[in-house]
Design a protein around this ligand. Sequence first.
Ligand SMILES: Nc1ncnc2c1ncn2[C@@H]1O[C@H](COP(=O)(O)OP(=O)(O)OP(=O)(O)O)[C@@H](O)[C@H]1O
Ligand SMILES: [Mg+2]
Length: 242
Amino acid sequence: MMSITLRKLTKQFGETTIIPSLDLEIGSGEFISLLGPSGCGKTTLIRMIAGLEHPSSGMIALEDEVVFQDEPPRYLPPEKRNIGMVFQNYALWPHLSIGENISFPLECRKISRSEITDRTRQILDQVQLQGLEARRPHELSGGQQQRAALARALIARPKVVLLDEPLSNLDTHLREEMCDLISEIKKANPITMIYVTHDQKEAYRLSDRIAVIHQGKIEQLGTWQELTQNPRTNFVKSFIRM
Ligand SMILES: Nc1ncnc2c1ncn2[C@@H]1O[C@H](COP(=O)(O)OP(=O)(O)OP(=O)(O)O)[C@@H](O)[C@H]1O
Ligand SMILES: [Mg+2]
């Protein structure tokens, strides 16, 4: 488990400021949802935490380790951050089987073949994809692909997992199932999770706290109860509706 600290984090693309200056403190083992409309900067923010996107300025720390800062410059590459990520579009490799996709993060480490096989089998069970490991991604349904992406994010037992709208392409029934699965994973594993969504129901079901994001700023950070009972801005009031 790992705490995450963001200080005065900014991101510009060219002339456009996407994240003006963001501060956020996430506790070890906490489940935080980033809730906000399309284009508000959710993906950009978690890509910076993962190390896939370079911030323009500011500081990111995982537990006590600074993984990004502008002065003096420091940047730890993604593979050294011990973070698992589920991408908005699954991002499974089409030429690899499901088993190969899932075990890939372990192949990059010095782990024995037999342990890789064991852990792959174990995680396949956990996400209920047993027996499908030889198939290619296009031979799975959307929900199954999503579960494979989740398994790949978890297999290396990361201390932080970032999930970018993992359920957005699923029908209502599958969404509920995946919500339950993520809930179970949260209970069974000591992981700090950031969950990106624009669906307030998912945020409500899963989160310890929710950060409502608008134009790259945190409008309000709090529990579901705090946000609904005491919305601090009009945006929060209109975005969160019971
Ligand atoms: N590489 C890039 N170059 C220029 N602009 C970008 C780039 N990536 C993202 N943006 C812009 O930054 C803004 C935030 O994008 P981001 O993907 O973070 O939004 P989001 O909150 O994840 O939206 P969604 O809910 O639709 O996924 C958008 O206006 C987007 O067009
Ligand atoms: Mg996004």
